[in-house]
Design a protein. Sequence first.
Length: 139
Amino acid sequence: MGEFRRLCEAHGLKVTHQRMEIYRALAATAEHPDVEAIHARVRKRIPTISLDTVYRNLKLLAEHGILSIVGMSQERLRFDANMESHHHFTCVKCGLIRDFITDELKGLAIPDEAKTFGEPVSLHIEVKGICASCTRKAK
């Protein structure tokens, strides 16, 4: 939470109790939850917080690079507090998203073709597949 406080201050954002609880709920899980799941977790600590407040704060924190939005654009927005360099495995059946790090992708350069669209700020790989749980259920 100290790093979160430092990042907010560096970006000129107020460190409010609501923002801290929203970030705490996100950082406490590796599940890449959507706004509804984060709202449900935060409501345990702040029963009066609205879904809109959670959504607006998540979007604001993402705009400032304090967390990221992950997942496919046609689904609900999913959020990630892990801002270290990593990649994602996404299950196309249940929507599970898990982080992975591999030395094989370290130093992977942003292709020049991508740079023709503008100035890239990050690069990550999303591997889509069927997770082990969905594979077991299908058998």
